[in-house]
Design a protein around this ligand. Structure first.
Ligand code: DAH
Length: 333
């Protein structure tokens, strides 16, 4: 059975047209490879057409063979064109996506800053460190011994009532002051000592403009041979000058179980005398409780409230503001 050349011509034309349309419809480079295999592969339609050439008249064969070649080349050239176009489109899409417009306004991230309480602590600590002190810390949960007994508070001494204590069910307490750290440090170290002790303290206080149940103190302690009240006064003057400048200061006699003599320090600030810390010469009983010989060593100590100091320095009318995280307030620092 013979095959009409017209029939093969029509088949080849149909293949060319179909491939052309399929290629034009591609949207991605991966599709092109599938079409190449489909139309130009060994199992593609062209070899199939050529397979039936044997049934043609010998005279028609060269013409059909050359037409098959033309179709193949046409598909190859369409394929190549499409590949170039798709590659260009892909590159453009990538460029569009990655374009960096340096004239665009930047994204604004508000800058964080140190909380005024921490900034206050840092300043105090820095000043003491500048005078040769090192930082020491102790636990917030304490025993009666470290918070009171070793600091010369006698069991029934009314001084215990000065500081309304938060007792825990197990008999421990939340420390009422950082003075407990003095004892822990002296127990573990020998004189000479120069330490500054920041930390959180707790009291059963009714919260108001000048009291919070949780607050921060900074304590300092110096123990050496021959330290006198003059050294305490000089240290206080240096410290306060660095913090407030040259302002008048005065010391008033006071009482603390762990110091003798004891004093309260006031400074004149914005026309008023303001009390800012307690201090004194370390009581010989305290030195004895940590095994130091009070005949050899003397020392001085002091403690201040960080909230109170910040309130004085920045004229904050209500220390609760330091705890309410109101950005309008905090942003002023
Ligand atoms: N611990 C005292 C308080 O919480 C403050 C204080 C007073 C500390 C005198 C001292 C000191 O080291 O010598 O009120």
């Amino acid at each position: 059975m013979t095959v009409q050349p017209k029939e093969l011509e029509a088949q080849l034309e149909a293949i060319r047209l179909e491939a052309q349309q399929a290629l034009a419809a591609t949207e991605a480079l991966e599709q092109l490879e599938q079409l190449r295999i489909k139309y130009l592969g060994k199992k593609g339609p062209i070899p199939q057409v050529l397979g039936s050439m044997g049934k043609l008249d010998a005279a028609d064969r060269p013409r059909i063979g050359s037409l098959a070649n033309d179709v193949k080349e046409a598909i190859q050239s369409d394929l190549e064109q499409r590949r170039v176009a798709l590659q260009a489109a892909q590159l453009q899409a990538q460029l569009d996506a990655e374009t960096l417009d340096v004239t665009m306004p930047g994204t604004y991230w508000p800058q964080g800053r140190t909380h005024p309480l921490n900034a206050m602590s840092d300043r105090v600590i820095d000043i003491f460190v500048g005078m040769g002190y090192t930082v020491a810390e102790g636990p917030e949960m304490e025993t009666d011994y470290y918070n009171f007994e070793a600091l010369n508070f006698l069991p029934d001494h009314p001084a215990r009532d000065m500081q309304d204590t938060l007792y825990l069910p197990d008999g421990n307490i939340m420390r009422t002051h950082t003075s407990s750290v003095q004892i822990r440090y002296m127990e573990a170290n020998e004189p000479p000592i120069r330490i500054v002790m920041p930390g959180r303290c707790y009291r059963r206080d009714t919260v108001d403009a000048t009291h919070t149940a949780v607050f921060n103190q900074i304590e300092f302690l110096a123990i050496d041979e021959g330290l006198t009240f003059t050294d305490l006064k000089g240290t206080l003057r240096m410290f306060l000058e660095q913090l407030f400048g040259e302002v008048p200061i005065r010391m008033r006699p006071s009482f603390f179980p762990f110091t003798e003599p004891s004093a309260e320090v006031d400074l004149q600030w914005k026309g008023r005398w303001l009390e800012i810390m307690g201090c004194g010469m370390v009581d010989p009983n305290v030195l004895k409780s940590v095994g130091y010989d009070p005949e050899v060593y003397t020392g001085f100590a002091g403690g201040l409230g960080v909230e109170r100091l910040a309130a004085v320095l920045h004229q904050i009318d209500d220390i609760r503001r330091l705890y309410t995280s109101d950005l309008r307030f905090l942003q002023q620092f």
